[in-house]
Design a protein around this ligand. Structure first.
Ligand code: PEP
Ligand code: MN
Length: 364
């Protein structure tokens, strides 16, 4: 059962809910606070045997906005009737159903020059979000594994220099979380990091728990490439269940030769499904879905076509590979866009989003 309090509820109203809940044997109340732009939303979740708990008594308490019985599935991330979308703010950037962000950047950090070229281009176009892979999970042990902790000081320093607020950065091990947090601290919090859980770790439950246990950095949780959507959404539920609900869920295609000649079978038809099943902001990764920078006969690269498909379906975040010289990239060069495409991508995204925003009116 989820009890949502009014935004002006203070500790005494929350205590009243918790105390009433504690009267029922086998029921454990847990309080969650979701800080928002103007208002903070507090929810008290009742865990355990709640069948015998009447909703009315809670509804009558002061400053209780709603009381909702939830099914077991996606208890925290689920879009249960009466629960709001989970928008959140991190390092001055708001993520939600309405705010569009393009995380354009390097699949893998290679040189200081590439990082600086990308960040300078982002700053020139007013973009404050990027992607920078320092720890790369590679299929072959002989492939470039990423520069790791060694690159973090200068990546964060450059991010600070160019006003980058949030860097999506994959972690594959508990040590990486600590290294990132330490380097951010040493940089004087020059920027922020959204910890990325890659497709290969969608069922690495211990890693999911660890990114959920730290509350300072939000999490970009990618769909598992070879598992069901339900299994992937449970990855996000794992993170939330440990206490961190600042999650963006990212579709990135699924592994299937039926997607040939693209790298994966593009799954952006699931954008509205994820939005219906959960209250998380949704991201799309067109680069890892398509895997190639080819241009279609209409002059539009495949990658842009699928960006359009994701945005027109309601996604608000785009994670996308760029490289100043894709032919020299140490990872995923064939799918990287060159920096001259950046303003085009931003305009393309803006126009498709504007079209999306007019579509709902056809169905009222
Ligand atoms: C990535 O974004 O760099 C990446 C490895 O993606 P995925 O986990 O979706 O393969
Ligand atoms: Mn990649």
């Amino acid at each position: 059962m989820i009890i949502t309090l009014e935004s002006n509820a203070e500790a005494n109203s929350i205590d009243a809910v918790v105390q009433l809940a504690s009267r029922y044997p086998g029921v454990e109340p847990k309080t969650y606070v979701f800080p928002g732009k103007g208002a903070t939303i507090t929810e008290v979740h009742l865990l355990g045997s709640t069948q015998a708990v009447p909703t009315e008594l809670f509804e009558e308490l002061p400053l209780v906005r709603s009381v909702v019985r939830v099914s077991k599935k996606y208890r925290l991330i689920g879009r249960h009737t009466g629960t709001a979308s989970h928008a959140f703010e991190y390092n001055g950037v708001r993520f939600g159903d309405h705010e569009v962000h393009v995380f354009a950047g390097l699949c893998a950090v290679d040189t200081r020059e590439s990082v600086e070229a990308v960040m300078a281009a982002l700053a020139q176009h007013g973009v404050v979000t990027t992607r920078m892979g320092a720890y790369k999970p590679r299929t072959s042990p002989y492939d470039f594994q990423g520069l790791g902790a060694a690159c973090l000081p200068w990546v964060f320093e450059l991010a600070g220099k160019y006003g980058i607020r949030v860097i999506a950065m994959e972690v594959t091990d508990a040590r990486h979380i600590d290294e990132i947090q330490r380097a951010l601290e040493q940089s004087g919090q020059a920027t922020g990091v959204m910890l990325q859980i890659g497709t290969r770790n969608a069922q690495n439950f211990e890693l999911l728990k660890l990114v959920g246990q730290q509350r300072t950095l939000p999490v970009l949780c990618k769909r598992g490439m070879g598992i069901t959507l339900e299994e992937s959404l449970n990855a996000a539920e794992y993170i939330a269940s440990e206490g961190n609900s600042n999650i963006v869920f990212c579709l990135r295609g699924v592994k299937s030769h039926l997607g040939d000649p693209m790298r994966n079978l593009v799954d952006f038809a699931h954008v509205p499904v994820v939005r219906k099943l959960t209250r998380l902001p949704v991201c799309i990764d067109p680069s890892h879905s398509v895997g190639r920078a080819d241009v279609a006969p209409d002059g539009i690269p495949y990658i842009f076509h699928v960006v359009g498909q994701g945005i027109i379906a309601g996604a608000t975040n785009v994670l996308i590979d760029f490289h100043p010289k894709p032919e020299t990239a140490l990872c995923d060069g064939p799918q990287a866009l060159t920096l001259d495409r950046l303003p085009v991508l931003l305009e393309y995204t803006r126009r498709v989003r504007a079209a999306y925003e007019t579509l709902g009116e056809l169905f009222v």
